[in-house]
Design a binder for this molecule. Structure first.
Ligand code: ZLS
Ligand code: CA
Ligand code: ZN
Length: 379
């Protein structure tokens, strides 16, 4: 079942329920589910469906959400609406509802839709109907057992990993969102069956505040969490080099039987909330590299706050998975094509807005410190 090497093409599945793109967090809120509709239009206009199995997943059930989340939190999410939110005054604080995670119309349906899609993707990997399963509406890595956090209400990643663990002995989680994947790390901090690796901006203050290199796991889970704290302005070349030099030994020493990669697009240059300098090709090179190991893979979205770039990235990454070459010029038939002016290109230049504050020396030291950790995994 090797697809990393020569010849063999992996079977790719795309899990998307168009209803998920219709929800609004609020007028000024940076998280825009609408970007998923733009992504889907690009995927269709480039005819990527010719090389994938398309699924319209059902919503996750309460029972499925309870595999990770607490009973009273799911009951709360299910019951609260913008109209009755006043009656929940005492619960709002307890459940961390506020500006980042507002109560909006259809919030629980939205949660069931994006979690349902990740679970559907994990099922196709488990039953062997797919080698690479994609859900761009998932990747909401901050959600906790008892509360929402950072635009995330239920943790579709934790739920899919728990599902994969029913048949897979070891699952690797790789997170290239700009933010630390704290919810996933926390859920598996005590186990050696899930290794979590997150690359992110870190200065002790930037949201969610965790993810320094010395957070490595506890108990049986010691050395099975890896954090790559980065400074503003990291560029294509240094990011790719660091990514490969860490992920290659992680895969060969941990030997995962399934991998889930979170592809948050806020690590691109020119992101509304971001401070990195990555171009679409470089971000895509990281998923291409993981694909090359030929291990069953679940690919999810995450952050990304400049919708025109988010959708270009995720369309490009879909093509990386199917192995199709795309013309840089966006198809004439593309709906909402004016969103992509003035360049109308799949590869706008996003790479030179912010000073690179990651010195060669800093990255070299960081890499050596992290590789040191991996020595404990052998044996
Ligand atoms: O990883 O930094 C924070 C927390 C605050 C500052 C913002 N205020 C509203 C709340 C308190 C300390 N929150 C971050 C969350 C970032 C989540 C990233 C998710 C992911 O990409 C995965 C999907 C944050 N950064 C920026 C904002 N919040 C933010 C910016 C603008 C607004 C509008 C709507 C709401 C209030 C005004 C908001 C939040
Ligand atoms: Ca990350
Ligand atoms: Zn993010």
């Amino acid at each position: 079942k090797e697809f990393g090497g020569s010849g063999y093409t992996p079977r790719v599945s795309y899990h998307y329920n168009p209803d998920v793109s219709r929800y609004h967090y609020g007028v000024r809120h940076p998280m825009k589910p609408f970007r998923l509709m733009l992504t889907d239009h690009l995927v269709i206009s480039y005819k990527l469906y010719e090389q994938m199995d398309l699924y319209k997943p059902r919503k996750a059930t309460n029972e499925e959400l309870l595999e990770f989340h607490s009973d009273d939190y799911i009951k709360f999410l299910e019951s609260v609406t913008p109209d009755n939110v006043n009656k929940f005054a005492s619960s709002l604080k307890k459940f961390n509802i506020g500006d980042d995670c507002p109560v909006f119309d259809g919030m629980f349906d939205y949660c069931q839709l994006y979690a349902g899609a990740s679970l559907d993707a994990s099922r196709k990997l488990i039953n062997g109907m797919s080698d690479i399963a994609i859900n761009w509406s998932g990747g909401l890595h901050h959600a906790k057992k008892y509360e929402p956090s950072g635009f995330c209400y239920v943790n579709d990643i934790v739920l899919s990993i728990l599902n994969l663990l029913r048949v897979h002995p070891r699952v690797l989680y790789i997170d290239i969102d700009l933010h630390h994947g704290d919810g996933v790390q926390e859920a598996f901090y005590l186990t050696d069956r899930v290794m979590t690796v997150s690359f992110h901006k870190y200065n002790g203050e930037f949201f969610p505040g965790t993810g320094n290199y010395d957070e490595t796991g506890v108990g049986k889970g010691k050395h099975f969490a890896l954090n790559v704290p980065l400074q503003d302005g990291i560029d294509d070349e240094s990011y790719i080099r660091l990514f490969k030099s860490i992920i290659e030994p992680v895969i060969t020493t941990f030997r995962p039987t399934a991998i889930i990669q979170q592809c948050g697009a806020d690590s691109l240059g020119c992101d509304r909330l971001g401070t990195f300098n990555l171009n679409i090709r470089a971000h895509g090179e990281c998923v291409k590299f993981v694909k090359s190991f030929g291990i069953p893979m679940l690919v999810v979205g995450g952050g990304g706050y400049t919708p025109r770039n988010v959708s270009r990235l995720w369309c490009y990454e879909t093509s990386v998975m199917t192995g199709q070459q795309l013309n840089s010029k966006l198809p004439e038939s593309l709906p909402f094509r004016n969103f992509f002016q003035p360049d109308y290109s799949l590869h706008p230049n996003l790479g030179d807005r912010i000073d690179n504050k990651n010195s060669k020396k800093y990255l070299e030291n960081l890499k050596n410190t992290l590789l040191e950790n991996l020595r404990y995994l052998r044996g």
